[in-house]
Design a protein around this ligand. Structure first.
Ligand code: FMN
Ligand code: SF4
Length: 488
Protein backbone atom coordinates (compact mmCIF):
# COMPACT_ATOMS: atom_id res chain seq x y z
CA UNK A 1 0.00 0.00 0.00
CA UNK A 2 1.11 3.62 -0.45
CA UNK A 3 3.48 4.78 2.26
CA UNK A 4 1.37 7.77 3.24
CA UNK A 5 -2.41 8.08 3.59
CA UNK A 6 -4.20 9.02 0.39
CA UNK A 7 -5.32 12.63 0.39
CA UNK A 8 -9.03 12.95 -0.46
CA UNK A 9 -9.27 15.31 -3.42
CA UNK A 10 -12.60 16.63 -2.12
CA UNK A 11 -10.63 18.25 0.71
CA UNK A 12 -8.15 20.04 -1.58
CA UNK A 13 -9.20 23.66 -1.53
CA UNK A 14 -7.96 25.07 -4.83
CA UNK A 15 -6.16 24.33 -8.07
CA UNK A 16 -2.79 25.61 -6.77
CA UNK A 17 -2.95 23.18 -3.84
CA UNK A 18 -3.94 20.41 -6.24
CA UNK A 19 -0.92 21.10 -8.50
CA UNK A 20 1.34 21.13 -5.42
CA UNK A 21 -0.11 17.83 -4.29
CA UNK A 22 0.49 16.24 -7.71
CA UNK A 23 4.06 17.54 -7.61
CA UNK A 24 4.60 16.18 -4.09
CA UNK A 25 3.63 12.71 -5.37
CA UNK A 26 6.28 13.01 -8.09
CA UNK A 27 3.65 12.79 -10.83
CA UNK A 28 3.44 14.49 -14.19
CA UNK A 29 -0.17 15.65 -14.71
CA UNK A 30 -0.68 18.86 -16.68
CA UNK A 31 -2.98 21.37 -15.00
CA UNK A 32 -4.12 24.86 -16.05
CA UNK A 33 -4.70 27.46 -13.34
CA UNK A 34 -7.67 28.90 -15.18
CA UNK A 35 -10.36 27.23 -17.29
CA UNK A 36 -10.97 29.17 -20.50
CA UNK A 37 -14.47 29.78 -21.81
CA UNK A 38 -16.34 29.89 -25.09
CA UNK A 39 -14.36 30.30 -28.31
CA UNK A 40 -11.07 30.27 -26.35
CA UNK A 41 -11.75 26.91 -24.76
CA UNK A 42 -9.62 23.99 -26.01
CA UNK A 43 -12.46 21.76 -24.79
CA UNK A 44 -14.80 23.26 -27.36
CA UNK A 45 -12.46 23.16 -30.39
CA UNK A 46 -13.75 20.97 -33.23
CA UNK A 47 -11.90 18.13 -34.98
CA UNK A 48 -12.00 17.78 -38.77
CA UNK A 49 -9.92 14.92 -40.07
CA UNK A 50 -10.35 12.31 -42.79
CA UNK A 51 -14.14 12.66 -43.01
CA UNK A 52 -14.52 12.69 -39.23
CA UNK A 53 -16.19 15.82 -37.87
CA UNK A 54 -16.49 16.11 -34.10
CA UNK A 55 -17.78 19.36 -32.67
CA UNK A 56 -15.79 19.43 -29.42
CA UNK A 57 -13.13 17.54 -27.49
CA UNK A 58 -15.40 15.85 -24.98
CA UNK A 59 -16.33 12.16 -25.25
CA UNK A 60 -18.75 9.99 -23.33
CA UNK A 61 -17.00 6.71 -22.64
CA UNK A 62 -18.93 3.46 -23.05
CA UNK A 63 -20.55 2.17 -19.86
CA UNK A 64 -22.26 -1.21 -19.82
CA UNK A 65 -25.78 -0.98 -18.52
CA UNK A 66 -27.12 -4.11 -16.76
CA UNK A 67 -30.62 -2.75 -17.31
CA UNK A 68 -31.74 -4.03 -20.70
CA UNK A 69 -34.55 -6.58 -21.04
CA UNK A 70 -33.79 -10.31 -20.84
CA UNK A 71 -33.78 -10.46 -24.65
CA UNK A 72 -31.37 -7.53 -25.00
CA UNK A 73 -33.58 -4.50 -25.71
CA UNK A 74 -33.17 -1.18 -23.87
CA UNK A 75 -35.44 -0.43 -20.91
CA UNK A 76 -36.68 2.98 -19.73
CA UNK A 77 -33.56 3.15 -17.54
CA UNK A 78 -31.28 2.54 -20.53
CA UNK A 79 -33.04 5.28 -22.49
CA UNK A 80 -32.69 7.62 -19.52
CA UNK A 81 -28.94 6.96 -19.41
CA UNK A 82 -28.55 7.71 -23.11
CA UNK A 83 -30.52 10.93 -22.65
CA UNK A 84 -28.03 11.90 -19.99
CA UNK A 85 -25.21 11.11 -22.41
CA UNK A 86 -26.87 13.67 -24.72
CA UNK A 87 -27.21 16.14 -21.85
CA UNK A 88 -23.43 16.08 -21.37
CA UNK A 89 -22.95 18.22 -24.48
CA UNK A 90 -20.14 15.86 -25.53
CA UNK A 91 -19.87 15.61 -29.31
CA UNK A 92 -18.19 12.22 -29.37
CA UNK A 93 -20.26 9.35 -28.01
CA UNK A 94 -17.92 6.39 -27.89
CA UNK A 95 -20.33 3.55 -28.16
CA UNK A 96 -22.70 4.48 -25.40
CA UNK A 97 -22.23 1.07 -23.88
CA UNK A 98 -20.92 -2.35 -24.82
CA UNK A 99 -23.51 -4.05 -27.04
CA UNK A 100 -23.07 -7.80 -27.44
CA UNK A 101 -22.99 -9.32 -30.93
CA UNK A 102 -24.62 -12.54 -29.67
CA UNK A 103 -26.56 -13.77 -26.66
CA UNK A 104 -23.71 -16.10 -25.58
CA UNK A 105 -21.31 -13.15 -25.68
CA UNK A 106 -23.29 -10.98 -23.23
CA UNK A 107 -21.36 -9.91 -20.14
CA UNK A 108 -24.53 -9.88 -18.07
CA UNK A 109 -28.11 -11.08 -18.57
CA UNK A 110 -29.31 -7.49 -19.00
CA UNK A 111 -26.70 -6.32 -21.49
CA UNK A 112 -27.91 -4.88 -24.79
CA UNK A 113 -27.76 -7.16 -27.80
CA UNK A 114 -27.44 -6.36 -31.51
CA UNK A 115 -30.11 -8.51 -33.21
CA UNK A 116 -33.14 -8.09 -35.45
CA UNK A 117 -35.52 -7.89 -32.48
CA UNK A 118 -33.46 -5.14 -30.75
CA UNK A 119 -33.10 -2.96 -33.83
CA UNK A 120 -35.89 -0.57 -32.93
CA UNK A 121 -34.63 -0.24 -29.37
CA UNK A 122 -31.11 0.66 -30.49
CA UNK A 123 -32.56 3.24 -32.89
CA UNK A 124 -34.55 4.69 -29.99
CA UNK A 125 -31.39 5.11 -27.90
CA UNK A 126 -29.67 7.07 -30.64
CA UNK A 127 -32.77 9.21 -31.17
CA UNK A 128 -33.15 9.98 -27.45
CA UNK A 129 -29.49 10.97 -27.21
CA UNK A 130 -29.70 13.28 -30.22
CA UNK A 131 -32.89 14.93 -28.92
CA UNK A 132 -31.30 15.67 -25.58
CA UNK A 133 -28.05 16.89 -27.13
CA UNK A 134 -30.02 19.24 -29.38
CA UNK A 135 -32.04 20.50 -26.42
CA UNK A 136 -28.84 21.13 -24.45
CA UNK A 137 -26.66 22.68 -27.18
CA UNK A 138 -29.13 23.96 -29.75
CA UNK A 139 -27.74 21.77 -32.53
CA UNK A 140 -26.97 18.23 -33.49
CA UNK A 141 -24.26 19.14 -35.97
CA UNK A 142 -20.94 17.45 -35.54
CA UNK A 143 -22.26 14.92 -33.11
CA UNK A 144 -20.33 11.71 -33.79
CA UNK A 145 -22.05 8.65 -32.37
CA UNK A 146 -20.67 5.13 -32.23
CA UNK A 147 -21.84 1.76 -31.00
CA UNK A 148 -19.38 -0.36 -29.05
CA UNK A 149 -19.57 -3.94 -30.31
CA UNK A 150 -18.38 -6.65 -28.01
CA UNK A 151 -18.21 -10.32 -27.18
CA UNK A 152 -17.48 -10.81 -23.48
CA UNK A 153 -15.38 -13.93 -24.00
CA UNK A 154 -13.91 -15.07 -20.69
CA UNK A 155 -16.30 -12.78 -18.81
CA UNK A 156 -19.55 -13.87 -20.47
CA UNK A 157 -22.55 -14.22 -18.14
CA UNK A 158 -25.49 -14.28 -20.54
CA UNK A 159 -28.07 -16.07 -18.41
CA UNK A 160 -27.60 -15.19 -14.74
CA UNK A 161 -25.48 -12.55 -13.04
CA UNK A 162 -23.96 -15.14 -10.70
CA UNK A 163 -23.31 -17.80 -13.36
CA UNK A 164 -20.18 -17.24 -15.44
CA UNK A 165 -20.27 -19.00 -18.81
CA UNK A 166 -16.76 -18.20 -20.10
CA UNK A 167 -15.84 -18.50 -23.77
CA UNK A 168 -12.06 -18.66 -23.67
CA UNK A 169 -9.34 -18.57 -26.32
CA UNK A 170 -6.62 -20.21 -24.24
CA UNK A 171 -5.95 -21.56 -20.76
CA UNK A 172 -4.89 -18.80 -18.35
CA UNK A 173 -2.95 -19.93 -15.26
CA UNK A 174 -4.50 -17.33 -12.93
CA UNK A 175 -7.89 -16.43 -14.44
CA UNK A 176 -8.89 -20.07 -15.13
CA UNK A 177 -8.36 -20.78 -11.44
CA UNK A 178 -10.38 -17.74 -10.41
CA UNK A 179 -13.24 -18.82 -12.66
CA UNK A 180 -13.00 -22.40 -11.40
CA UNK A 181 -12.51 -23.85 -14.89
CA UNK A 182 -11.84 -27.58 -15.10
CA UNK A 183 -8.67 -28.80 -16.83
CA UNK A 184 -10.66 -29.92 -19.87
CA UNK A 185 -12.77 -26.74 -20.16
CA UNK A 186 -13.08 -26.16 -23.92
CA UNK A 187 -11.46 -23.31 -25.79
CA UNK A 188 -13.34 -21.68 -28.68
CA UNK A 189 -12.62 -23.46 -31.95
CA UNK A 190 -11.51 -21.61 -35.10
CA UNK A 191 -14.95 -22.42 -36.56
CA UNK A 192 -16.71 -20.79 -33.58
CA UNK A 193 -14.46 -17.77 -34.03
CA UNK A 194 -15.49 -17.46 -37.68
CA UNK A 195 -19.12 -17.40 -36.55
CA UNK A 196 -18.38 -14.67 -34.00
CA UNK A 197 -16.60 -12.59 -36.65
CA UNK A 198 -19.70 -12.85 -38.85
CA UNK A 199 -21.80 -11.69 -35.90
CA UNK A 200 -19.61 -8.57 -35.66
CA UNK A 201 -20.24 -7.95 -39.37
CA UNK A 202 -24.00 -8.30 -38.93
CA UNK A 203 -24.04 -5.98 -35.90
CA UNK A 204 -21.96 -3.35 -37.73
CA UNK A 205 -24.29 -3.47 -40.71
CA UNK A 206 -27.24 -2.85 -38.44
CA UNK A 207 -25.45 0.06 -36.71
CA UNK A 208 -24.75 1.59 -40.11
CA UNK A 209 -28.36 1.21 -41.26
CA UNK A 210 -29.53 2.84 -38.03
CA UNK A 211 -27.38 5.91 -38.69
CA UNK A 212 -24.54 5.37 -36.24
CA UNK A 213 -21.36 7.10 -37.45
CA UNK A 214 -18.97 4.38 -36.33
CA UNK A 215 -18.60 1.09 -34.53
CA UNK A 216 -15.93 0.29 -31.97
CA UNK A 217 -14.39 -3.16 -32.32
CA UNK A 218 -13.73 -3.52 -28.61
CA UNK A 219 -10.21 -4.69 -27.71
CA UNK A 220 -10.02 -3.98 -24.01
CA UNK A 221 -10.69 -5.04 -20.43
CA UNK A 222 -10.14 -8.78 -20.80
CA UNK A 223 -13.11 -9.35 -23.13
CA UNK A 224 -12.77 -11.46 -26.28
CA UNK A 225 -11.14 -8.87 -28.62
CA UNK A 226 -8.56 -8.12 -25.94
CA UNK A 227 -7.96 -11.80 -25.17
CA UNK A 228 -7.00 -12.39 -28.81
CA UNK A 229 -4.07 -10.00 -28.37
CA UNK A 230 -2.61 -12.11 -25.57
CA UNK A 231 -3.30 -15.51 -27.17
CA UNK A 232 0.41 -16.38 -27.32
CA UNK A 233 -0.22 -19.95 -26.21
CA UNK A 234 -3.16 -20.65 -28.54
CA UNK A 235 -2.48 -22.99 -31.43
CA UNK A 236 -3.69 -22.37 -34.98
CA UNK A 237 -4.34 -19.27 -37.01
CA UNK A 238 -5.62 -17.05 -34.15
CA UNK A 239 -2.76 -17.62 -31.72
CA UNK A 240 1.00 -17.34 -31.38
CA UNK A 241 2.51 -14.71 -33.67
CA UNK A 242 1.45 -11.05 -33.63
CA UNK A 243 -0.03 -11.57 -37.08
CA UNK A 244 -2.19 -14.45 -35.86
CA UNK A 245 -3.26 -12.64 -32.68
CA UNK A 246 -4.49 -9.68 -34.75
CA UNK A 247 -6.24 -11.82 -37.38
CA UNK A 248 -9.57 -11.39 -35.56
CA UNK A 249 -9.31 -7.60 -35.89
CA UNK A 250 -8.35 -7.76 -39.55
CA UNK A 251 -11.14 -10.18 -40.42
CA UNK A 252 -13.74 -8.12 -38.56
CA UNK A 253 -12.57 -4.92 -40.26
CA UNK A 254 -12.53 -6.49 -43.71
CA UNK A 255 -16.10 -7.73 -43.36
CA UNK A 256 -17.42 -4.51 -41.83
CA UNK A 257 -15.97 -2.50 -44.72
CA UNK A 258 -17.73 -4.73 -47.21
CA UNK A 259 -21.19 -4.83 -45.55
CA UNK A 260 -21.20 -1.25 -44.26
CA UNK A 261 -19.16 0.95 -46.59
CA UNK A 262 -18.95 4.48 -45.23
CA UNK A 263 -19.26 3.37 -41.60
CA UNK A 264 -16.21 4.52 -39.63
CA UNK A 265 -14.39 2.06 -37.41
CA UNK A 266 -12.81 2.77 -34.03
CA UNK A 267 -10.92 0.56 -31.61
CA UNK A 268 -10.94 0.83 -27.84
CA UNK A 269 -7.73 -0.76 -26.64
CA UNK A 270 -6.29 -1.71 -23.28
CA UNK A 271 -2.94 -0.14 -24.19
CA UNK A 272 -1.20 -1.90 -21.32
CA UNK A 273 -1.92 -4.45 -18.67
CA UNK A 274 -0.46 -5.97 -15.50
CA UNK A 275 -0.84 -9.37 -13.86
CA UNK A 276 -4.11 -9.91 -11.99
CA UNK A 277 -4.26 -8.32 -8.54
CA UNK A 278 -6.03 -9.58 -5.41
CA UNK A 279 -6.71 -8.17 -1.92
CA UNK A 280 -3.70 -8.93 0.27
CA UNK A 281 -4.94 -11.97 2.27
CA UNK A 282 -2.71 -11.00 5.20
CA UNK A 283 -4.53 -7.68 5.49
CA UNK A 284 -8.10 -8.76 4.70
CA UNK A 285 -10.45 -9.79 7.50
CA UNK A 286 -14.16 -9.98 8.36
CA UNK A 287 -15.23 -9.00 4.88
CA UNK A 288 -12.85 -6.02 4.85
CA UNK A 289 -10.77 -5.96 1.69
CA UNK A 290 -7.02 -5.55 2.06
CA UNK A 291 -4.87 -3.49 -0.31
CA UNK A 292 -4.30 -4.92 -3.76
CA UNK A 293 -1.19 -6.97 -4.42
CA UNK A 294 -0.19 -8.78 -7.60
CA UNK A 295 -0.84 -12.54 -7.75
CA UNK A 296 2.39 -14.49 -7.32
CA UNK A 297 4.01 -14.83 -10.70
CA UNK A 298 7.57 -16.13 -10.12
CA UNK A 299 6.63 -19.48 -11.65
CA UNK A 300 4.99 -17.82 -14.64
CA UNK A 301 8.05 -16.16 -16.18
CA UNK A 302 8.20 -15.49 -19.08
CA UNK A 303 4.63 -14.29 -18.66
CA UNK A 304 2.75 -15.21 -21.85
CA UNK A 305 -0.83 -14.31 -20.94
CA UNK A 306 -0.90 -10.53 -21.33
CA UNK A 307 -0.75 -7.71 -23.87
CA UNK A 308 1.25 -4.58 -23.12
CA UNK A 309 2.88 -6.38 -20.17
CA UNK A 310 6.57 -6.98 -19.67
CA UNK A 311 6.96 -10.80 -20.00
CA UNK A 312 9.98 -10.79 -17.69
CA UNK A 313 8.31 -8.66 -15.02
CA UNK A 314 4.53 -8.68 -15.52
CA UNK A 315 4.05 -6.08 -12.82
CA UNK A 316 5.50 -3.64 -15.38
CA UNK A 317 4.19 -2.21 -18.63
CA UNK A 318 5.74 -2.95 -22.03
CA UNK A 319 4.48 -0.92 -24.98
CA UNK A 320 6.35 -2.66 -27.82
CA UNK A 321 3.37 -4.60 -29.12
CA UNK A 322 0.98 -1.75 -28.36
CA UNK A 323 3.01 0.37 -30.76
CA UNK A 324 2.93 -2.43 -33.34
CA UNK A 325 -0.85 -2.63 -32.91
CA UNK A 326 -1.32 1.12 -33.44
CA UNK A 327 0.82 0.89 -36.60
CA UNK A 328 -1.53 -1.86 -37.77
CA UNK A 329 -4.55 0.37 -37.12
CA UNK A 330 -2.96 3.07 -39.27
CA UNK A 331 -2.30 0.53 -41.98
CA UNK A 332 -5.96 -0.49 -41.83
CA UNK A 333 -6.93 3.19 -42.07
CA UNK A 334 -8.57 3.20 -38.69
CA UNK A 335 -8.18 6.67 -37.19
CA UNK A 336 -10.26 6.57 -34.04
CA UNK A 337 -8.49 5.03 -31.06
CA UNK A 338 -9.67 5.07 -27.47
CA UNK A 339 -6.96 4.11 -24.97
CA UNK A 340 -7.76 2.47 -21.69
CA UNK A 341 -5.93 -0.12 -19.57
CA UNK A 342 -6.13 -3.48 -17.84
CA UNK A 343 -9.44 -4.97 -16.76
CA UNK A 344 -12.15 -4.15 -14.21
CA UNK A 345 -12.18 -7.83 -13.22
CA UNK A 346 -8.55 -8.46 -12.34
CA UNK A 347 -6.75 -5.14 -11.90
CA UNK A 348 -9.40 -2.40 -11.54
CA UNK A 349 -6.99 0.12 -9.97
CA UNK A 350 -5.18 0.59 -13.28
CA UNK A 351 -8.40 0.76 -15.29
CA UNK A 352 -10.64 3.02 -13.19
CA UNK A 353 -8.63 4.68 -10.40
CA UNK A 354 -10.83 4.99 -7.30
CA UNK A 355 -10.51 5.81 -3.64
CA UNK A 356 -13.21 3.32 -2.63
CA UNK A 357 -13.04 -0.21 -4.06
CA UNK A 358 -15.93 -2.08 -5.69
CA UNK A 359 -17.21 -5.15 -3.80
CA UNK A 360 -14.98 -7.54 -5.78
CA UNK A 361 -11.91 -5.27 -5.71
CA UNK A 362 -9.30 -4.29 -3.13
CA UNK A 363 -8.13 -1.18 -1.29
CA UNK A 364 -6.03 1.07 -3.56
CA UNK A 365 -2.45 -0.21 -3.78
CA UNK A 366 -1.33 3.28 -4.84
CA UNK A 367 -2.66 6.79 -4.76
CA UNK A 368 -5.36 6.74 -7.48
CA UNK A 369 -3.67 9.80 -8.98
CA UNK A 370 -0.79 7.48 -9.92
CA UNK A 371 -3.28 5.46 -12.00
CA UNK A 372 -4.58 8.63 -13.67
CA UNK A 373 -1.03 9.82 -14.44
CA UNK A 374 -0.07 6.37 -15.79
CA UNK A 375 -2.88 6.35 -18.35
CA UNK A 376 -2.37 10.01 -19.27
CA UNK A 377 1.39 9.71 -19.77
CA UNK A 378 1.16 6.53 -21.82
CA UNK A 379 -1.49 8.15 -24.03
CA UNK A 380 0.80 11.16 -24.46
CA UNK A 381 3.71 8.90 -25.44
CA UNK A 382 1.58 7.04 -28.01
CA UNK A 383 0.03 10.23 -29.41
CA UNK A 384 3.54 11.55 -30.08
CA UNK A 385 4.38 8.40 -32.02
CA UNK A 386 1.11 8.42 -33.99
CA UNK A 387 0.19 12.07 -34.51
CA UNK A 388 -2.36 11.29 -37.25
CA UNK A 389 -4.52 9.03 -35.09
CA UNK A 390 -7.34 10.63 -33.11
CA UNK A 391 -6.77 9.54 -29.51
CA UNK A 392 -9.44 9.54 -26.84
CA UNK A 393 -7.97 9.37 -23.32
CA UNK A 394 -9.52 7.63 -20.31
CA UNK A 395 -9.50 7.61 -16.50
CA UNK A 396 -10.09 11.31 -15.84
CA UNK A 397 -13.00 10.99 -13.39
CA UNK A 398 -10.79 10.62 -10.31
CA UNK A 399 -9.57 14.20 -10.90
CA UNK A 400 -12.93 15.39 -9.54
CA UNK A 401 -13.03 19.21 -9.05
CA UNK A 402 -9.80 19.61 -11.03
CA UNK A 403 -10.95 17.61 -14.03
CA UNK A 404 -11.63 20.70 -16.19
CA UNK A 405 -8.18 22.16 -15.41
CA UNK A 406 -6.38 18.94 -16.27
CA UNK A 407 -8.52 18.14 -19.32
CA UNK A 408 -7.93 21.58 -20.78
CA UNK A 409 -4.16 21.39 -20.18
CA UNK A 410 -3.93 17.90 -21.69
CA UNK A 411 -5.70 19.11 -24.85
CA UNK A 412 -3.74 22.35 -25.06
CA UNK A 413 -0.43 20.49 -24.75
CA UNK A 414 -1.54 17.80 -27.25
CA UNK A 415 -1.29 14.91 -24.81
CA UNK A 416 -4.58 13.67 -26.24
CA UNK A 417 -7.17 14.72 -28.85
CA UNK A 418 -10.38 14.08 -26.94
CA UNK A 419 -11.01 13.73 -23.20
CA UNK A 420 -13.27 10.77 -22.42
CA UNK A 421 -15.42 10.67 -19.29
CA UNK A 422 -16.84 7.52 -17.75
CA UNK A 423 -18.06 7.61 -14.15
CA UNK A 424 -18.30 11.40 -14.02
CA UNK A 425 -20.94 11.22 -16.75
CA UNK A 426 -23.13 9.03 -14.52
CA UNK A 427 -22.84 11.55 -11.69
CA UNK A 428 -22.60 14.94 -13.41
CA UNK A 429 -22.83 14.69 -17.21
CA UNK A 430 -22.52 18.41 -17.95
CA UNK A 431 -19.34 19.01 -15.94
CA UNK A 432 -16.98 19.86 -18.80
CA UNK A 433 -19.56 21.87 -20.73
CA UNK A 434 -20.37 23.82 -17.56
CA UNK A 435 -16.67 24.57 -17.08
CA UNK A 436 -16.08 25.54 -20.72
CA UNK A 437 -19.14 27.77 -20.73
CA UNK A 438 -18.10 29.68 -17.62
CA UNK A 439 -20.72 28.15 -15.31
CA UNK A 440 -19.68 27.41 -11.71
CA UNK A 441 -19.17 23.70 -11.02
CA UNK A 442 -21.83 21.96 -8.94
CA UNK A 443 -19.48 20.40 -6.42
CA UNK A 444 -22.18 18.25 -4.79
CA UNK A 445 -22.64 16.38 -8.07
CA UNK A 446 -18.98 15.49 -8.57
CA UNK A 447 -18.14 11.78 -8.67
CA UNK A 448 -16.03 10.85 -5.63
CA UNK A 449 -15.26 7.36 -6.95
CA UNK A 450 -17.42 5.49 -4.43
CA UNK A 451 -17.62 2.60 -6.94
CA UNK A 452 -21.32 1.84 -6.37
CA UNK A 453 -21.79 1.97 -10.13
CA UNK A 454 -19.46 -1.07 -10.30
CA UNK A 455 -20.62 -2.79 -7.11
CA UNK A 456 -24.32 -2.69 -8.10
CA UNK A 457 -23.89 -4.82 -11.23
CA UNK A 458 -21.63 -7.22 -9.37
CA UNK A 459 -24.68 -7.76 -7.12
CA UNK A 460 -27.03 -8.16 -10.08
CA UNK A 461 -28.46 -4.63 -9.93
CA UNK A 462 -28.51 -1.96 -12.67
CA UNK A 463 -25.50 0.25 -12.92
CA UNK A 464 -25.89 3.92 -12.06
CA UNK A 465 -24.64 6.56 -9.69
CA UNK A 466 -26.46 5.49 -6.53
CA UNK A 467 -24.97 8.11 -4.21
CA UNK A 468 -25.42 11.19 -6.42
CA UNK A 469 -27.99 10.65 -9.17
CA UNK A 470 -31.40 11.42 -7.64
CA UNK A 471 -33.11 8.65 -9.56
CA UNK A 472 -31.06 5.90 -7.90
CA UNK A 473 -30.57 7.64 -4.59
CA UNK A 474 -34.27 7.79 -3.87
CA UNK A 475 -35.47 4.62 -5.59
CA UNK A 476 -35.95 1.15 -4.14
CA UNK A 477 -32.78 0.18 -5.99
CA UNK A 478 -30.74 2.04 -3.37
CA UNK A 479 -32.33 -0.11 -0.63
CA UNK A 480 -31.59 -3.27 -2.62
CA UNK A 481 -27.95 -2.26 -3.05
CA UNK A 482 -27.65 -1.55 0.67
CA UNK A 483 -29.02 -4.99 1.49
CA UNK A 484 -26.80 -6.68 -1.10
CA UNK A 485 -23.70 -4.94 0.27
CA UNK A 486 -24.56 -6.00 3.81
CA UNK A 487 -24.58 -9.65 2.70
CA UNK A 488 -20.93 -9.52 1.61
C1 FMN B 1 -20.30 1.08 -14.58
C2 FMN B 1 -19.23 1.05 -15.62
C3 FMN B 1 -19.43 0.35 -16.80
C4 FMN B 1 -18.44 0.34 -17.78
N1 FMN B 1 -18.69 -0.31 -18.95
C5 FMN B 1 -17.80 -0.22 -19.97
C6 FMN B 1 -18.12 -0.73 -21.27
O1 FMN B 1 -19.21 -1.22 -21.52
N2 FMN B 1 -17.16 -0.63 -22.22
C7 FMN B 1 -15.94 -0.05 -22.00
O2 FMN B 1 -15.11 0.01 -22.90
N3 FMN B 1 -15.64 0.48 -20.78
C8 FMN B 1 -16.54 0.42 -19.78
N4 FMN B 1 -16.25 1.02 -18.58
C9 FMN B 1 -14.98 1.73 -18.39
C10 FMN B 1 -15.15 3.23 -18.67
O3 FMN B 1 -15.48 3.44 -20.02
C11 FMN B 1 -13.87 4.03 -18.32
O4 FMN B 1 -12.78 3.57 -19.09
C12 FMN B 1 -13.50 3.93 -16.85
O5 FMN B 1 -14.62 4.12 -16.02
C13 FMN B 1 -12.42 4.97 -16.49
O6 FMN B 1 -12.85 6.25 -16.84
P1 FMN B 1 -13.41 7.26 -15.71
O7 FMN B 1 -12.26 7.53 -14.80
O8 FMN B 1 -13.85 8.49 -16.47
O9 FMN B 1 -14.54 6.59 -15.03
C14 FMN B 1 -17.22 1.04 -17.58
C15 FMN B 1 -17.03 1.74 -16.39
C16 FMN B 1 -18.02 1.77 -15.43
C17 FMN B 1 -17.79 2.58 -14.18
S1 SF4 C 1 -21.38 5.50 -8.01
FE1 SF4 C 1 -21.35 7.67 -8.65
S2 SF4 C 1 -19.85 8.65 -7.30
FE2 SF4 C 1 -19.53 6.44 -7.17
S3 SF4 C 1 -17.96 6.00 -8.70
FE3 SF4 C 1 -19.90 5.66 -9.69
S4 SF4 C 1 -20.39 7.60 -10.66
FE4 SF4 C 1 -18.81 8.02 -9.17
Amino acid sequence: MSARPILRLGSVKDVTSFAEHVHSLGLNIPCDAEVLCGADSPLLAPIEQGGIHIGNRIAVQPMEGWDGTADGRPSELTIRRWRRFGLSGANLIWGGEAVAVSHEGRGNPNQLLAAAHTREGLAQLRKALIEEHRWMTGSENRLFIGLQLTHSGRFSRPNAHDRPEPRILYRHPVLDRRLGLAKDYPVLTDGEITRIIEQFHGAAKMAWELGFDFVDIKHCHGYLGHEFLSAHTREGKYGGSFENRTRFLREVVQGVRSVAPGLHIGVRLSAFDLVPFQPDPAQSSNGKLGPGIPETYDRLIPYRWGFGVNPNDPAQVDLNETIQFLALLEELQIRLVNLTAGSPYYNPHIQRPALYPPSDGYQPPEDPLVGVARQMNITRQLKRLFPKLIFVGSAYSYLQDFLPHVAQAALRESWVDVVGLGRMILAYPEILCDAANGKPLQHKRICRTFSDCTTAPRKGLPSGCYPLDKYYKTSELAEKLKAAKAKR
